[in-house]
Design a binder for this molecule. Sequence first.
Ligand code: AMP
Ligand code: MG
Length: 490
Amino acid sequence: MTVADARPLALDDWFVRDLGGLYRPWQAAPAPSPELVALNEGLTAELGLDAEALRSPEGVAVLAGAAVPAGATPVAQAYAGHQFGNYSPRLGDGRALLLGELVDAEGRHRDLHLKGSGRTPFARGGDGKAPLGPMLREYIVGEAMHALGVPTTRALAVVTTGEEVARETVQPGAVLARVASSHLRVGTFQYAAATQDADLLRRLTDHAITRHHPHAAQAERPALALLEAVVEVQASLIARWMTVGFIHGVMNTDNMTISGETIDYGPCAFMDAFDLSTVFSSIDHGARYAYGNQPRVAAWNLARFAESLLSLIDDDAERAVELASEVVSSFGERYTRHWSAGLHAKLGLDDEQPQLVQDLLELLAAQHPDHTRFFRALSTAARGDAAPVRDLVIDREAVDAWLERWRAALAAQGRPVEEVADAMDRVNPVYVPRNHKVEEALAAGVAGDLEPFRRLVDVLARPFEERPGLEEYAAPAPGGSAAYVTYCGT
Ligand code: AMP
Ligand code: MG
């Protein structure tokens, strides 16, 4: 039996069946000598796929796009999008293909998607390729996010193609196989709405509802209920980004999912020193997508999503705008609720302590301690040793005063300190993908040594469990990381 007809890679084509008008059937460019660089064993098992089959030459050919599983219809998906605020009516998968959907025992569909598989009709000026470094970055950061409990697309595999790809440097060409609950984006709706094809927009809306937010089908106005569901999942997602210190870097509307999963890890990074103005992307000159701007940008993107749905919300345009605006403006309250719950959990607080939280944020903004270390050190402070927290700030008096109030609040809850501190350790990670460790792993990987990549992925798979010997993964960059930049030329 070949992989092409092996059960593990049987793919459905739900998107293709439902959404003619939103894709172009397409084939990957040939890969001269595909080689498997990384296979996500955990995800492979979770999906019920056969790792052995994926490692075989036939399996690697599928992961590289060089072979198509039996019955599959690979397509390049169409979408539009606002990039840094400017509207592009036609973006689409310029270098990616949807192979089809994996279906689990519960009937849940997950896209199997290739990135870096060659030029498509949407490629515009691009070469359709992806260099190995950025594909390894997407693998590392996506797996870290998953382990941190943040909804995300996940890398299944990275394959090098045997070609070279020129960016700032020449790198091995690679294809990332990724799994997502779908690739429907805000930009997909913008594209469908712009075609003025009412039937297409309705089919897309129905598909998104059935696939991601089925309760919306029962609502009086399903499109409005879909909008509300997406506002809710995005409010929850962005709150999680903020509490772990994640900066996406390119929150364009084509990089915002309807499912509520994080997608497209380009110039992304985890913040080291707490600073709302942190930007890592080399192309984000206006700091539009800075750490502290992310909630505002999400709300702006959701307003674009709402605009694309107006014709389905009410026949009376004014009424549609009124209804949609009300839902979009609920983002702030929803976001604050999720974020506040996340922050209270990080602080071990059972009850709302808005002043305590507010004062902490001001302290962080003034003192710029390492974000990840600061929160992790708080459980040690709860257990009685404040030194690790104090070591992270300059104004120790200010932090002492805050710690005293915080400890009093914890004591008033009446729960055993050890229990509270343990719960804090389950939400405040020790290990996040620190920029210098990611760069180290990518540089070695591109040079042919994948050991640092594997080790980093392994460390990040259990972020909350402090392990001896891994101190270097929990520490900030030796000389600070002020100059760290990630490039969008991915
Ligand atoms: P991204 O910034 O990765 O979200 O991509 C934005 C748009 O540019 C999408 O339409 C991509 O398909 C397209 N794109 C990015 N890189 C390339 C490339 N090397 N070749 C063709 N299209 C690309
Ligand atoms: Mg994208």
